[in-house]
Every structure is written in C-alpha cells, then in structure tokens.
Design a protein around this ligand. Sequence first.
Ligand code: CU
Ligand code: CU
Length: 520
Amino acid sequence: MSKLLNRRNLLKYGAAGVAGLGLHRLVKGMDAFSPPPSNAYPGYIKEPLGRYIYLTPQKLGGGTHAVDLEVGKTLAWISYWNYGDSCPISHHVAAFPPDHGDPYKGFEFVNSTQGGDNVLMYGIPTRIKENGLLGRYGEGNHIYRVGYDGAANQMELLEDISETTGIGLGVHTTIFPDGEGFACADGQKDVTAFFTRARGKEKTKVLMAFRADWVPNSPHLGETWTKGGKIRLQRLAMAKELGKYDLEGTRGNKLNYEMAPMAELLVERGQIPGDSPQTLTGLDFSQHDPRGRWSIMLLRMCGGGIVLDRKNWEPVCFLYGAEKGDHNIPIKKISSSPDTWEIVLPAVFNPTHEGGFTPSGSHWVVMNNLRANNVGVFDSSDGDPRKWKRITHVTDPSWVGEYPSPFHVCFSVDGSKMFLSVLRPKPAKSDVVVVDTKTWKIIKTFPNVGVDCQTMHVTYDGKYVLQIFSGFQRMEAGAFVFRQDTLDPVGYMPNFGGHHDCVIVPSKVEELKWSRSSTV
Ligand code: CU
Ligand code: CU
C-alpha cells in the first residue's frame, strides 16, 4: 500500500466509498491499484477534433452542456433546477440527428435525471433532505427533451416526457436506429419504456412499456438470485382514469437509490434499502440492434437481457452473459391479461451491466461484473435471436476479484476495435482498453486515465475516441482523447461537471450505430 493510500486516507476517501460502496470494497480493490499517475499522456489537446458537438450531462452538476469540438468552447448549456426541479441529477443523454443534417443549426436530445435519495450516495455532508428538497419537486426520474437552437445560440427545455406520459425513468436513454423514437429504463423500478420522437412543440407518446420482476426460488435475501428463480415480464398499461401511466417520480421504486456501478451484490447483502429488493431484476436499459428490429432489455441482477422484437413488441428469448449457464434461454407466455411472460433461470451465477452491439450488428457484448469479471461476446449475426450464441469472453490477467472491471463500451467507426472503460475504485484512476473484434483479445491498455471513466464516444469521421471521466464525486473531470486508428494518445480536454455519459450529436441517421443507440 503506498503512502498516499495509508489507512487514514483510505478512511477519508472510503467514507463515501466507490459511489458509496463502503470501505471493504475499496480495500478489496487495493490489490488492483495501478501505479501513481504518470506523465505518459500528452497534456492539453493541441488539435481541433472536427466539426462536432459533444454533449455531456453533469450528473450532480444538475445540467448538461454542449462543447464545440472544433473551436473548444461551450456552445450552450442548460441547468434543470432553473425550471423548478429541486434535485436534478443529470444522468444519461442521447441526441437525435436533426432533419436538416447540421447539429450546429440545431438539434434535440433526451436527458434522463435521477433525484430523491440518489443524491445521498456520495458522502456529501448535505442538508438537502432535511431542507425538503427531495420531496415532490426533487424526486427525479424526469426525462427532459431539450432543443439547441443554433440561431438563438441557446438551449431550451421543450418537454418533460415523464409529465406528458406519466412514466418517470432515470437511467439510460437510447435512440432507435431509425432515429424515430427512443427507449429509457430505470433499474430502481425495473421499468423500460419505448417512446415516439416528438419534435419542437409536439408531445411524446408511449409506444410500449414493460416491467420485469424477479420471483426467487429461495426465501433468503442472500440467495435471491444465486439459487435461481423466474423473470416475469409484464406489459404495462395506462391508468384508465388518468389517461396516462402512473409511474412518475419515485412511484414504483423497489430500491431507495440506484445500484452504483458494480453494486449488484450489495442488494443480496441487504445493503441497499427499499420496498422490494427481492423482486429486483435491475432493468437498467434497453438498447438497439443497429440492423433495426431487435432491442435488448438488460437485467443487471439476472445476468443478461431479454431480446425484444420491436415489430410486434413481443419478447423473443433471454441471453445469459456469464460462463456458467446456458447462453440462450427460451421465454414462455403465461397470461394475456395483461400480457405476461416467464423465463426460468436455474441459478444466476453473476450480475451483468453495460453492453452493446458492434456497428454491423454481428456481435453483442455484455459486461459480466463482480464474480466473473469479464466481457461476454455473443455472435448475433443470425436473423433469429434464438440462434444467437455466446462464443467467447474478453478477459485480462488483471481482472481478478471485483476490480478492475470492464464498464462501458463503444466501437471504432470501422468496427475493427472495441473500446472499454475499466473501472478502478476511486481515488485510483481508471483505464481504457482496446480490443480487437476479430480475436476478442486486448491489444492496448491506457492505464491511469482519470477517476471514474464512464462512457466513450467516437468521432464519426473515424479519427478520435473521447473518454469522459467523471468527477461526480467532486473530483477531477474531463475527457481523454486518443486516435481510433493508430491508438496514439492525443491528450486531455477540460469538461466541467460530474459526467456519467457523453454523446457526439449525430448529423445523420446512419451515425446512430456509433451513438447512444446500440451501446451504453
Ligand atoms: Cu448511472
Ligand atoms: Cu447502467
């Protein structure tokens, strides 16, 4: 253990833990600590990164801003507390390609927010709850639709989709590959919904909504997932009297705050309180096959995802990510009032989290966190998802125990490389690795990039990768840039706020395959 990380400092940093994970997790991660920060990377980036707009949500900063990558200035920004939201945790973003094809003229994006007790996870000595700010106007789970108007050079809140539809969700947002709708989900409620794309003053409509519940075999919380059970997927209906759904704010939450990255096992240990942890599936996101027809609804606690046919809104099969267990599991309809399906899992060896499709849709990858600590790779080239199979795992000799752990994923524009952020517990800096998508072997590691590396995004011209690192725990924040082709580091750019996501605004529909549509 280095001097820097003596026990006193550990306690100091550990009080808040890795996103509040607690001290023992941090100590566990110590073996995996990388050497102290080096000057291996160029400092400030010295080149413009192209005519692109980089949109980054600020998490605890409460808003989202757009950076012009060509000239290096903030183009415009928005802060949701200005609109009466008393706890806006600006969480995930996805941007629509504008119809006119030029994001600088204007574009729209959707931005999920969390609220409520989620702000209490980071060890901030705050009075926000005592002061009443987490009540009615601070429950979070808003889905804001925001427009950037290039003529006015300003961002404007266009719609709170949770208010319009009655569905409040706070996690990943993903645009359909045709750009004509999007999905959002929430792992505290286990609800995912698919929405139309509204433009300007139009209002968003719900296309379909589902909830996934877990029915465990064992009555003991510690065995809730490991001893197996059933996933029950149900189609949700609108409340007749209200004319909309009844899922705004904290309504429907099974947990009082979200599972932080790599926090799935805390649920079975009873360390995340809530109304119904034993029915949790952790439905954190829906993401889309770039070929257009299929979506995957990912269940963190159940170690995989349900493939959904967006043509008829019927679930097709379940893909299980870790090495122990069958990879493709059938799904059975058990009721039509309302539509309900069941998937039987004899055991869940391992939780899963982020994932993504290659730009061609040939493969789907998923992060097998914690026990397995690797990346499951499925061959998804067949036209029938029931024939998709797990073919290999991406792994690294250092991925032992819970950390370091592969986290977010994206792909190079030519599809030849997969980029993964690899999380280490703060205050250690996380890594980025590059994987060859032919051999599924790691070909390069960038160690010590920044604290809490989150999502990455590629520039659509095939030149750069931007790795956002977080700072949502009041620490360093920014974007690390490297080349997609030569894999040379380019340097850092400042980016203020506590990021958890980032997206480069697409200018055309085809670019969505590399955007927040197919990968999270
Ligand atoms: Cu998150
Ligand atoms: Cu997630």
